[in-house]
Design a protein around this ligand. Sequence first.
Ligand code: SAM
Length: 268
Amino acid sequence: MQTEYKTPSQQQDYGSDPIAVRDTANYQREYIQDFVGKWDQLISWEARAKSEGNFFIDILKEHGARKILDVATGTGFHSIRLREAGFEVVSADGSPEMLSRAFENGRDHGLILRTVQADWRWLNRDIHGKFDAVICLGNSFTHLFSERDRRKALAEFYAALRHDGLLILDQRNYDGILDSGFSSKHIYYYCGENVKAEPEHMDDGLARFRYEFPDKSVFHLNMYPLRKDYTRKLMQDVGFQRIKTYGDFQETHHQDDPDFFIHVAEKQ
Ligand code: SAM
């Protein structure tokens, strides 16, 4: 059953026991305006574009993809880059808050984004037509807290693709932190020292990250710590035939231990 959407409050609220919050629908309450606004302000899109280069554009072009479904539009970074690179893009997200910001960001770039509010678990109820590629980027898939939801979402992505379509999905590298425990906890810096992200709690079912901004404001995200091979297996289980996993494309403080993995899964 679809969770009813409520306008996010202006403060994150995890209640009295934040580490007990392990709910797929919680993403709609986590991305409050302040958090999203700060993020967009501090992580310059130019710096982000520079660090990822043409990685996604090249893969999409290599596969001859033209019609793209961005299922985790967020504030629109990839949707806008791909539109500017000449792709046809439908920009979906489960959060209306995110979509309205993406739409505004699109207008600032002289584009009218085709936005659709859709939760991945019932994506094809709201998204019609078939796509050459589905992208789910920016460590978004980590928001799903049950295996059932993850399988359902991947099956919905699979169904939205043409017979020879491609799914590109990235995730943070949680394996290192899970395997070596908290001693290995490393701090991630985005854009120099602008945003500091570190795990505050970690167990097999929860990665709770703390984000600190230069004005000392602090936000959190509760995420499911996906293991790389587990994600790959789920993709195989739902029917993807070939899965290639890349390490960071971007600058990292940990060359042997990438911050992110990018899975490219082919339907054919
Ligand atoms: N891709 C963007 C980027 O890289 O900047 C946004 C990434 S943000 C970390 C994750 C996005 O996934 C949010 O916009 C959130 O609303 C969306 N999201 C999380 N769970 C979702 C779900 N079950 N269905 C649809 N969207 C979801």
